[in-house]
Ligand binder design. Structure first.
Ligand code: GLC
Length: 511
């Protein structure tokens, strides 16, 4: 029974990330930052967002109000960096409060989120600026949820430099690992032994050259109260040398504070019943209408209009995504089977070259859009039959959930969040919403694709698989509730109460 405490404070959470959709969304991380926060707000949490105001963020589209002008961030000795804090003008109280840190040199003049050789400075500035903001802000979060290496110095600062600050010392930190592979400008694999960062030294000043050798990810892992990853399976995988990216030893040491929570997807934004970006709307009971979207997709990509399985990839073109396996089998697949292929995504120039060449060789059968796009994927999910996700590792993966919601069946590697969200189809029971393969090799991928194509050719079986995917619940609600209990546990740990949810329940009433 919930205690009767109607005038209790709301749980206050500040989510901070280098990228946040829709202001500066690059990949899954940006989506999680926004949609998780939105789901938390819906659950009654006072959840807010903090990110840099990059040059690409258009103030005409997103009107901002100045909150604090001329905040000083120390850059060592007498140097200071001046920043402003702006807030998104809200027209809707259901959406989270969003704070932007503004600085001409490090954010405004850069239109991109990542990819500059002073990213270590830009992102330490994000952490330091966030702390300066909290020092003067009337609003103080109970928990800061930091995401990935860019914000790894926040838990470190709070547990060392600010450990006695009366205001800041109460704030608990949750550090979320979205991708362990990226640890800072130099991860452990790239740094010579002499420069190895054990995480215990002081944080280098902003312009100190040793800063770029500090492992921001390691520090986030070490100093946070609670550590999360974006699926349960990945939270176990990263304890092994195969997935641990040289941090597995540390992660094994701190495993008692490590929790895996599968990401969700936004069911309003991703809804085939109401989506205006697709030709024909449908739901799991009317999934055969997808046929019309398939024709639309074939026209869009200049493919022959015919009833053959369309295989799709919607992905960052990055080695993580198993593109080497695809490149090894794609010719055999296109020669031996009457299938079509659509590929969407930007990234590595080597893969861009490979797929555009493939498109030239297989005119009318292969279509590509080799740059990131937010709307085309919806057309693909609503018209293609199979989505390929053969990732080497996949902390969560969002495309498989989005694709399933639109009735596009995944063929994916049995790893990380793919394993946690896809149930391999079992011909005996007729259960399952996709096709999984275990070993990271092209034969295993080829076998799984053939298994999917064979079932595609049995329309009744296939319809059941499509429907099963469409009916699997990937809404954020479940995950948001799990985050709330993690936040409470982090607060409990901070207060030295052993993180007992029920004790905190006396103080906080959610929803
Ligand atoms: C990273 C991971 C991906 C995950 C996303 C959001 O991009 O590589 O698997 O879905 O973060 O958590």
């Amino acid at each position: 029974m919930k205690p009767i405490l109607s005038k209790v404070n709301k749980l206050k959470v500040l989510y901070t990330s280098a990228e946040v959709y829709p202001f500066a969304g690059i990949g899954g991380l940006g989506q999680v930052a926004y949609f998780l926060t939105k789901a938390l707000v819906k659950e009654g949490v006072d959840a807010r967002i903090f990110l840099p105001k990059y040059g690409r963020i258009d103030e005409k589209k997103y009107p901002l109000e100045m909150l604090y002008e001329g905040i000083e961030v120390s850059a060592g000795e007498d140097k200071k960096i001046i920043c402003n804090i702006k807030q998104l003008a809200r027209d809707n109280l259901d959406s989270p409060v969003v704070y932007f840190i503004e600085n001409m040199e490090f954010y405004e003049k850069r239109s991109n989120v990542y990819g500059y050789n002073d990213d270590h400075i830009r992102f330490l500035l994000l952490s330091l600026g966030l702390i300066e903001f909290l020092k003067i802000s009337e609003w103080t979060p109970d928990v800061i949820n930091c995401a990935d290496w860019h914000t790894g110095h926040i838990p470190n600062l709070l547990k060392t430099k600010y450990v006695d600050n009366p205001k800041l010392k109460k704030i608990a930190t949750v550090f979320s690992i979205h991708n362990l592979m990226h640890q800072g400008l130099f991860d452990h694999k790239k740094v010579p032994d002499l420069d190895f960062d054990n995480g215990k030294s002081d944080i280098a000043e902003l312009f100190d050259p040793t800063l770029q050798k500090q492992n921001f990810m390691r520090r986030g892992i070490m100093f946070s109260d609670i550590l999360t990853t974006v699926s349960e399976k990945y939270s176990k995988e990263i304890l092994t040398p195969d997935y641990g990216e040289c941090l597995d030893h540390l992660l094994r040491e701190v495993r008692t504070k490590l929790i895996g929570i599968l990401n969700g997807i936004d069911y309003t934004y991703m809804n085939p019943e109401t989506d205006t970006n697709i030709l024909v709307n449908y739901n799991s009971k009317t999934s055969t209408k997808r046929q019309q979207n398939k024709v639309d997709l074939q026209k869009e990509f200049d493919l022959e209009v015919k009833d053959v399985p369309i295989l799709a990839m919607v992905t960052r073109l990055d080695a993580q995504k198993g593109l080497d396996l695809v490149s090894q089998i794609i010719d055999s697949l296109l020669i031996e089977y009457d299938v079509q292929m659509v590929i969407i995504g930007g990234g590595d120039s080597q893969f861009i070259g490979f797929f555009s060449e493939l498109e030239n060789r297989y005119k009318k059968r292969v279509g590509t859009h080799l740059m990131p796009d937010f709307l085309l994927p919806k057309k693909v999910f609503s018209g293609a039959d199979i989505i390929l996700i053969p990732s080497k590792f996949e902390p969560c993966g969002i495309t498989q959930m989005e694709a399933m919601r639109y009735g596009c069946v995944p063929v994916a590697r049995n790893t990380g969040g793919l394993a946690d969200s896809i149930t391999d189809f079992d011909a005996k029971t007729g259960e399952g919403n996709g096709f999984l393969f275990d070993n990271y090799n092209s034969y295993a991928l080829f076998g799984a694709i053939v298994r999917a194509i064979e079932n595609y050719n049995k329309p009744d079986v296939w319809r059941k698989i499509v429907e099963s995917g469409m009916n699997t619940d990937f809404s954020w609600e479940n995950s948001a509730k799990k985050y709330i209990s993690v936040y409470k546990r982090a607060m409990g740990l901070r207060k030295g109460m052993g993180g007992q949810d029920d004790i905190n329940e006396l103080f906080y009433q959610i929803g």
